[in-house]
Each structure stands twice: as C-alpha cells, then as structure tokens.
Design a protein around this ligand. Structure first.
Ligand SMILES: Nc1nc2c(ncn2[C@@H]2O[C@H](COP(=O)(O)OP(=O)(O)O)[C@@H](O)[C@H]2O)c(=O)[nH]1
Ligand SMILES: [Mg+2]
Ligand SMILES: [Zn+2]
Length: 347
C-alpha cells in the first residue's frame, strides 16, 4: 500500500526527518502475531513476512510507525506516537508486574467503544472504556451493536443509558447482520484516518470490521486461537485498510480493563461531574454526600458512584507507583553506598 493510504502525512514526514537513520524506511505495524510483526509501507511489501522488533522498537504495537531495515527485516526504531490506547497490564493487584502500562494500539484518530444490545448497556464497563479512550487522545464514539436483537423501545432505552454514560460522545446503533446504522460510521472512515474498535469479547468488533469492509477480513465468533494455529490468529490486533479509504484496528476482547494513569481521561469521560464540581460551594469537597454539595444534588447516585470508584482506582495506582519509585530509589542509594565503601582505600 501507499504510505499516504496508511495514514502517512506531512507531519509524519517531519517526525521521520528528525528520527530517521540511513538505510531505514518508514513502515506501519499492521499486525502482531506470536512469531513477529507485520508491516506495510510504500517502499516495502512485507505484508506476509514476519518482522522482528529490534531493541528500540520492542514496545511497538499495531498502528505504530517504525523505521524498518529492509535488508534485515528488523524494525530499528519507533516514531513518537500521536495517540495511544493504553491500559494497565493484567495481573493481580499486588503483583509488581501489573504496575505497568500495556499499549493496545497507536496513532488512532477515532475510537469506537462497542456495547452489544443483546446483553444491554453496561455503564460500568462503558465508562471505564471511555476513560481510556479519552486518555488515548483519539476521539471516542459509542457503537451499540446487534440492534437487530431489540425492539424500538428497548433501543431507545439503551440509547438513553449510553448517552447518560457518555456525555458529549456520539452514540450510534448498528446491526452488523442487516447493515442497519452503518452509514452513520462512514463519515469517520476517510482515507488515511485510523479508527480503532474497543469492547468486550463478543461485542461484535470483528463483525463490524467485516461489515464495514464488505468482506470477511476478521475472524468472528468464539473461534479458539489454538484451533487456528498457523492461520490468522489475531493475537494483539490488526490494522486493515478499507477499499474506499479508512483504516480499521480490530483489538482483541479484554475481560477487565484496568486503568493506567488516566486523570485527563477521567475528567473528559465525566465532564458532567467535573463541570458541576466547579460550582460546588465547599472548598476541598469530596462530593461524597455533604448536605448542600452541588455535585451530590445534580448527579445521579449511580453515576457519581462510578466516578468515585474510578478516581479511587487512579489514586491507588498513583500511590503504588510512588511506593515503587521510593523503593527503587532506596535500592539505588544502597548500591552506590556499598560501591563507595568498596572503593575507599584501606586505612
Ligand atoms: N444478531 C447479531 N449478531 C451479531 C452482530 N454482530 C456480531 N454478532 C455475533 O456476535 C458474536 C460475536 O461477534 P464478534 O464480531 O466475533 O465479536 P468480537 O469478539 O467483539 O470480535 C458472533 O457470533 C457474531 O456473529 C449483530 O449486529 N447482530
Ligand atoms: Mg474479535
Ligand atoms: Zn461538593
């Protein structure tokens, strides 16, 4: 594919001029499998060949622009990201390994957060995904899938619930089966624009990719990865180009979405809470039930509870990170002290 069709533009050209090294060509990561990466770009056609990530590009994810060495089939550098969808690494709460961010996809312009209507809108899950969506830097939209499974009144109810959970965000209802509502997403799918899909397993991400592409490009349903060894096992997502322009990133379903430092994302996802919080007449108000608090008066109790629990999660993460920084600092100090002692000449 041409680089421009993959989202390359003049700004990337400038970024590249700053970062590039002789012999490297720009390429975009289109897929990550267990064995390596797939990339695409005008000077390279490595669509089927697996690329190895060099030391400086180990953290590359789908959507990243990289510097590829065509001779060695290695990516040697990763360009700074414009946006990145990030969550907390899965793992037990106390596990130190879980104290890191896990990037899911990079350089997105729009992020579609999917909720299946057969199950119904799940506000807790939806707001969590909207927080990381806003934090990514991409523009979120909510897509209610499987509209063919509900009647008009249930649909209206679901729309209202999603709208309340996602202030300032467009809500679109679609059926991947009948194609109903898909035209509302078409304006997003412009040449060079990257749209990523986020949602629980079974939400209809891969089906939506296929519906928008007009052909089967993504695997749908509960197909186990082990059943497909050697075939398209989407491990950490893939980037697909649509015929009429537009790029889609299908991400794997994530069971639980742990937040990674996302205070800005929280403020955006709860703009309704934040705006009344500004009018609260109490200084240092926790908005937790004080009589006369404008937030408690204006915001629905369930919504306020979600806001509180997510900010508590972010506070806990900040505390854990602080403790770890202190531990690391102490260890470094001890090590340099021991080193200094060893160097001291015997008296
Ligand atoms: N009735 C109906 N079923 C759908 C729709 N979209 C997806 N499905 C079904 O829901 C299941 C999960 O879809 P899939 O696209 O694999 O979800 P993913 O895990 O989010 O990628 C599959 O059995 C699909 O056939 C839809 O719009 N309507
Ligand atoms: Mg899928
Ligand atoms: Zn208050």
């Amino acid at each position: 594919m041409q680089r421009r069709e993959l989202g390359w533009d003049d700004t990337w050209e400038e970024t590249w001029a700053d970062a590039c090294r002789p012999g490297l060509v720009p390429a975009r990561v289109t897929r990550i499998d267990k064995g390596g990466l797939s990339v695409d770009g005008a000077d390279v056609s490595f669509g089927r060949q697996l690329i190895v990530a060099g030391k400086k590009a180990r953290d590359a994810v789908v959507g990243d622009w990289c510097g590829l060495d065509p001779d060695t089939a290695r990516i040697e550098l990763r360009l700074p990201r414009r946006s990145v969808l990030e969550r907390r690494s899965p793992g037990a709460d106390r596990d130190d390994l879980a104290l890191s961010a896990k990037a899911v996809a990079a350089n997105l312009d729009h992020l579609l957060v999917l909720q299946p209507l057969d199950v119904g809108v799940n506000p807790a899950r939806l707001v969590r995904e909207l927080v990381i969506a806003w934090e990514s830097g991409a523009q979120p939209a909510v897509v209610l899938t499987k509209s063919d499974q509900v009647d008009a009144s249930a649909l209206a109810e679901a729309r209202a619930a999603a709208g309340a959970a996602a202030p300032g965000v467009d809500v679109v209802a679609v059926s991947n089966l009948t194609g109903h509502g898909l035209h509302e997403l078409r304006p997003l799918l412009r040449p060079g624009i990257t749209v990523a899909l986020l949602g629980a397993s079974g939400a209809g991400k891969s089906s939506l990719v296929n519906a928008l592409a007009g052909r089967r490009v993504a695997l749908t349903g509960n197909v186990r990865e082990s059943d497909l060894r050697g075939r398209h096992t989407t491990v950490t997502g893939q980037l697909l180009a649509l015929r009429d322009g537009g790029l889609l990133i299908d991400t794997p379903g994530i069971r639980g979405v742990g937040l990674w430092r996302a205070w800005d994302g929280l403020a955006m996802a709860f703009s309704d809470v934040e705006s009344v919080a500004d009018t609260c007449r109490f200084e240092d108000c926790a908005h937790t039930g004080e009589a006369g608090c404008s937030v408690v008066d204006a915001i629905e109790a369930d919504r306020l509870e979600l806001y509180r629990s997510l900010s508590a999660e972010l506070t806990r993460l900040d505390e854990q990170l602080e403790i770890r920084t202190r531990d690391v600092q102490r260890e470094t100090n001890q090590r340099s002290r021991r080193k200094a002692q060893r160097r001291r000449p015997p008296t």
